[in-house]
Design a protein around this ligand. Structure first.
Ligand code: PEP
Ligand code: MN
Length: 473
């Protein structure tokens, strides 16, 4: 082989004079994106201070030439599923890391996360008898809004970590400099994650007959694993019964699984926003669903403007200070046509406030005739710092917020549409409590999150069982 190789063909031609840095994709795609760039004249909160704007422009131009990560038709499918959630006919399970990390894009970690979500989905579907829409905080959750722009340790103050898409987690001046090249790594990390997720969910791994296999490494070590095993046996006998009756539905062989993340870095999201050839409208093809976070949902700000231009199903996080009038303005801005499934309110009030603050929001929105999906994020209103200095959450607070969320909806006759949780498939020690109890003194053992504390696999399964009970009422 080597003897036949034409060595000369591997030589590069003379490159000639250096080309201007921004030729190519930027001019090709610039017009396509005009409709997605209207946010640029508005204040955009939580954007990194990139040291070299020209380098950022080049990266954005290159990203704009990359293929989409998802297909607009899939976003429409998810919107239809979310319409069922809004109408009370399905339940949303949305979960994954607070912040994904580039060095965690490995088969084991992705599989463990997926397995946990599939197990939770099986528990909710079977125990609550409701179709479950499964959406990961995955394949794009690389950017973080922060409450403070700097971080101080031992008298040293550095820019805060803003997610692997922006700067490094390591506490050094060099790592904390925003580097736009990271946006390209975000794209590639998202692409490989999504590829594996698609392979797992359609290639046999997510087949309902594997309901036991998802639990194999887990069953003996934890009470929730054992509880799950009992439920899996029931699912198995139901499947055997159906097979004996001669039915073997294709729905059991694959799982529809969608990807979501916070649309935070508007340069990245805009570069991934494309005209859908079927409809001529814009979709952000960086993920199926995107949400606007609590810190970037200013009504006159860039994020809401951007969101209003894309056709994806959208989430908006609502904290305890949201007024009913604000909620209605999101409906007007983001769902003017009242498209079922278009808008999801992800409520994160805190266990101590949800019962007081949520009812007026739900009442006002419902009275307007808008049909949004209401989803509970029981994580972000319940964070505190343990004496050890670890940022953590109590499982009981998480559970109590979900309980309050259900109580409010049951009292108003509206639908508690789902949960949005930060979790991982690994046996980390980041949140305290749960059936296989983690104590404050355990936190240091496996505290691995790049940002907020996540439920581990056992706590996630506990939550799924308890939520299924609440759902049944
Ligand atoms: C998050 O989802 O990680 C987050 C930062 O949430 P919120 O915007 O609700 O604070
Ligand atoms: Mn978080």
């Amino acid at each position: 082989r080597i003897a036949h190789m034409d060595v000369s063909s591997t030589e590069r031609p003379d490159p000639g004079p250096p080309r201007p840095r921004s030729v190519g994709p930027v001019s090709v795609n610039a017009d396509t994106h005009a409709g997605a760039r209207t946010w640029q004249s508005l204040p955009a909160a939580q954007q990194p201070e990139w040291p070299d704007p020209e380098a950022l422009r080049d990266v954005v131009a290159e990203l704009a030439s990359y293929p989409p990560l998802v297909f607009a038709g899939e976003c429409d499918q998810l919107r239809n599923h979310m319409a069922a959630v809004a109408e009370g006919k399905a339940f949303l399970l949305q979960g994954g890391d607070c912040a994904e990390a580039f060095d965690a894009v490995g088969a084991d970690q992705i599989r463990n996360k997926l397995k946990t979500l599939l197990q939770m989905g099986a528990v909710l579907t079977y125990a609550a008898s409701v179709p479950v829409v499964k959406v990961g905080r995955i394949a794009g959750q690389y950017s973080k809004p922060r409450s403070k722009p700097t971080e101080t340790r031992d008298g040293v103050t550095l820019p805060t970590y803003r997610g692997d898409s922006v700067n490094g987690f390591e506490f050094t001046a060099e790592a904390r400099i925003p580097d736009p090249q990271r946006l390209k790594r975000m794209y590639h990390a998202s692409a490989s994650t999504l590829n594996l997720v698609r392979a797992f969910t359609t290639g046999g791994y997510a087949d309902l007959r594997q309901v036991h296999a998802w639990n194999q490494d887990f069953v003996k070590s934890s009470p929730s694993g054992q509880r799950y095993e009992a439920l899996a046996r029931e699912i198995d006998s139901a499947l055997n019964f159906m097979a004996a009756c001669g039915t073997d539905p294709a729905e059991f062989r694959t799982v529809e699984f969608y990807a979501s993340h916070e649309a935070l870095l508007l340069d990245y999201e805009t570069a991934l926003t494309r005209v859908d050839s079927r409809t001529g409208t814009l979709y952000d093809v960086s993920g199926h669903m995107v949400w606007i976070g609590e810190r970037t949902r200013q009504l006159d700000g860039a994020h809401i403007e951007f969101a209003s231009k894309i056709g994806n199903p959208l989430g908006v996080k609502l904290g305890p200070n949201t007024t009913p009038e604000e909620a209605m303005t999101y409906v007007e801005r983001l769902d003017p046509d009242r498209t079922p499934g278009r808008l999801t309110f992800i409520v994160r009030m805190g266990a101590d406030q949800v019962r007081d603050k949520l009812p007026t929001l739900v009442e006002k929105v419902t009275a307007s005739g808008a049909r949004v999906a209401w989803v509970c994020d029981p994580m972000h209103g319940n964070t505190f710092e343990a004496a050890s200095g670890h940022k953590t959450r109590r499982f009981d607070d998480v559970l109590d917020e979900v309980k309050g969320f259900f109580e409010v909806h049951h009292a108003l006759g509206t639908h508690p549409g789902g949960i949005h949780v930060e979790l991982t498939g690994d046996d980390v020690t980041e949140c305290v409590g749960g059936g296989d109890e983690i104590f404050v003194d355990d936190l240091h053992q496996r505290y691995e999150t790049a940002c907020d504390p996540r439920l581990n696999r056992s706590q996630s399964l506990d939550l799924a069982f308890l939520v299924a009970e609440m759902y049944r009422g």
